[in-house]
Design a protein around this ligand. Sequence first.
Ligand SMILES: *Cc1c(COP(=O)(O)O)cnc(C)c1O
Length: 354
Amino acid sequence: MKTEARSGGVIARYLEFLPVNKSTPVVSLGEGSTPFLFASRLSDRVGCRVIIKCESMNPTGSFKDRGMTVAVSRALEGGAQTLLCASTGNTAASAAAYAAHAGIRCAVILPAGKIAAGKLTQAAAHGATIVSVNGNFDDALRIVRELANEKHFSVVNSINPDRIAGQKTAAFEIIDELGDAPDVHVLPLGNAGNLTAYSNGYAEFHRLGHCKRKPRMIGIQAEGAAPIFYRRVIEKPETVASAIRIGNPASWRTAQRAIDETQGGVDVVSDSEILDAQRWLAENEGIFVEPASAAPVAWLLNASVTTKERFLSADPIIACTVTGHGLKDAKIISPHLPPSVPPSARAVRAAIER
Ligand SMILES: *Cc1c(COP(=O)(O)O)cnc(C)c1O
C-alpha cells in the first residue's frame, strides 16, 4: 500500500525539481499549495495589484515546512537519528513536527526568552528537546554549526541546501497560478534563505521557459535588525518581529546577489509600522499574520514617493509573501474586551449597537 503518496506535499508536486529520488522516504505533512489571494483593499491602497502568498497556511503555520519536508526526508534517507536546529521559533516548530512524523528525535537550540509563545508550544507539543541558550539567534546558529559534524546530528537550518531547495517551490506555485512570474516579489528578510529560495525558483522556471520574466526581489527588514540594509553585522538585533530578529544572516551573499541581479532592493520598516500593518491586514483582508510577515505589508502601505517611482510605477503585479500565522504570536494583539452583559437578547443587541 502506498502510504505517503496521498499527502500531496511539495515533494509529490515537484519531485523532478528537488534533490530526492523515487527511493527517498518522503516525510510530508501536506505542506505547500498554499492560497494565493488577490488583496483588493491592499491593492487599492498601494495603487497596483497585490497578490498575497499565504505561507501561514502550511501545516505548522509557516513556510519553513516546505524546506523541512525535503530536509527531513533526506536526513531519514541518510540514516540521521536526531534533527538539530537553531531557531527564532518557526524552524523549531516545523522541525519538531516533521521529526515526530518521521519517528526520529529533534533538538532545537533557542535564544532564551526570545521565542513567541505559540512557537514554543508547538516545539514542546511535538516532543522536541528544547535547549535555551543565553544568547541571540546568531549565537544559537553558531553553536549548531559547531555541532554539525557530529555524525548522529542532521542540521535542518537553512544552511542545509535541502531547505532552500524545498522553499523554492513557492515560486513554482506562483508561476503555475499566474501563468508567469510577477513583476515584483516582496517578502520579509531575516536569515535571507527564503529570498534566496524564491529567486532560485524563479530562475529555474525561467530557464525552463515556464515564465517570461524574473521578478525584482525586494527584502524587508525591521529597522533594529537590518544588517543587509545597513551593510554591517548587527551585534544586538532588536525588533518585535522575532522571526527576523537576526544580525548576521546565513544567506546574506546569495540574497544580495539575487537582489542585485533582479534590480530589486532592501528596505526597512519600523516596529510600529509592522504592528500597524499586522492589524490592518487582519482587519482589511481577513489575513492574520505574525509580525515578521507584516513587514512587507508595512512597506507597501508606507511606500515613499521614491519607492513608488522606483518599484511601483507602471502598474506592476506584486507578489507578497506572508510567512507565518498570527496565532503563533497572539499576545502581540491584546484584545480589549468590553465588560460582559446580562444573558438577554436586549442586552446583547444594545452591546452590538453601542
Ligand atoms: C524564518 C522566517 C522569516 C525569515 O525568513 P529567512 O529565510 O530567514 O529570511 C520570516 N518570517 C517568518 C514567519 C519566518 O518564520
